[in-house]
Design a protein around this ligand. Sequence first.
Ligand code: GLY
Ligand code: MN
Length: 462
Amino acid sequence: MFKPETYIQRRKLLKKEVGSGLLLFLGNEESPMNYRDNTYHFRQDSSFLYFFGLDSPGLAAIVDIDENRDVLFGDDIGIEDIIWMGHLPRMKDRAREVGVRHTAARAAFGDTVRKALTAGRSVHFLPPSRTDNALVLSGLLGIPVKKIKAKASLEFIKAVVDQRLYKSKEEVREIEAAVETSQAMFLAAMKLAKPGRYEHEISGAMEGIALSRGMRLAFPPIVTINGQTLHNHSHGNMLVKGRLLVADVGAEAASSYASDITRTIPVGGRFNRRQRDVYEIVLAGQETAIKAMKPGVMFKEIHLGTARVMAAGLKDLGLMKGDGEAAVAAGAHALFFPHGLGHNMGLDVHDMEDLGENNIGYDKTVERSSQFGLAYLRMAKELRPGHVMTVEPGLYFIPALFEKWRKEKKFREFIAYDEVEKYLDFGGARIEDNVLVTEKGHRVLGPPIPKTVADIEKACHV
Ligand code: GLY
Ligand code: MN
C-alpha cells in the first residue's frame, strides 16, 4: 500500500476528469474452490486497489463528485470472525490509511446508490471483471447481467485508463521488484532444464521462488516444450534434447503489481544450429523493438518494424521469400509471428483489459486492424512517458496453421512452404522483457536476465 496522499491525489484527479455524478467501486469477494470456506487465493479488483488501496474482500466505495465525498463501505468484524481469522483493524482506521474519512456498513452501499438513482443523479460504473460484481450491479441498477459491460460508463473508463496507464515512480519500483523475483525464477529454470525432467518440475520451482519471496504468480504460467501453442498451460511433458523450453512466467508482488518475462531455453543447455538460427532472429526482432521505444512512436509501428526484421531473418534462412516489406504489409509473416508485440502491464499483467482492450491500446489516431496476426495487437497507439509495456516477439511453427495456409495456397509468393515443412517439429521461441517509456527513451525494468545465446548457455551450466 502506498501513502494516503497517493490515493487522495488519484481520486482527486478522477473527480476532475469525470466532472459530476457518483463513481462506483466494487471490491472483489472471495471465490470458493468448492464449498464457501475453501477459497482460491483472494485477488482484489485492480481499479479498487488503485484508488482505494485496501486488499481484502467485503468492500465497496463511492466517490461522490458533486459533494466531494469519498466513502468506503465495509463491516467491522465481530468476535466470530476474530476467532477464525484473527484480528482486522476497524474500518475507520483502515480507511484512514488510504486517506478516506467517511465509512459506512457494506449494506449501505446499495441504499446510497438507490437514493442517487431516485434523485436522477448520474451513476458511473466500470465493466466488472467478475460475475459476482456484475450480479450486484445488475440487481442495483436494474440492467440485465448480459448488458452490464456494455452499459458501463465510457467517461469513467477513460478517466481510469488515463491515470492507470502512466506509472508513477512508486509503481515502477513495485514492477521492478517483481522483475527481480523473475530473475531468480529464470536463473533456476535455466539450471533445471535438463533432459528427463518434467515441465511441472520447472514451473513448480519457479512458482516456489515467487512464493518464498512473499509474491505469487501474476498469471497461469507457460512452461512448455510445445511453445508453438501460445497459451499452453499444461506442464506434463518430459523435457527431451532437441526441444526448446518456452517459459513465460510473471511474478505478482505483494502490492499486486506484475512482471511478465519470457525466456526460451534449449533443453540440456546448448542450442543446436537450427535453434540458434531461429532464436537469433527473435532476439534481433526484440532488440530492434526495445531500441525503438520512446515517446511519440506508435507501438504499432514498432510491432511492424519487428515483423520486418524477423521476416528478413526468415528470408535469410530460406523460409520466406520475395519482398519482405510487402510480405509484412500483407500479413504473411503471421504464419510464424501470429500475435502482438506486447501489452501494457501494471496491476494487471495485461493492464486494464477488463475495461476493454480498445480503450487501452487504441484511440482516435489508430483503429484496430482486422488482418490475421495484427488483429491481436493489444496496444497500437503512441507511446508516452510512464507506459510500461512488454516487448515479446516470437517465432513459431504451428503445424495446423501451416497445413491450412498451404492448402489455401496463401501467400505462396512470400512463404517457402517446402522449406518451412522441415521445421514443423521445431516448436517455438519467444523473448519477453518489461520496458518503461521514459521522457527521453526507455528503460528495461529489473536486473538483466540471460538473453543472448551465450548467456543462456552459461546460465544453464552453472
Ligand atoms: N504472458 C502471457 C501473455 O502475455 O499473454
Ligand atoms: Mn506478456
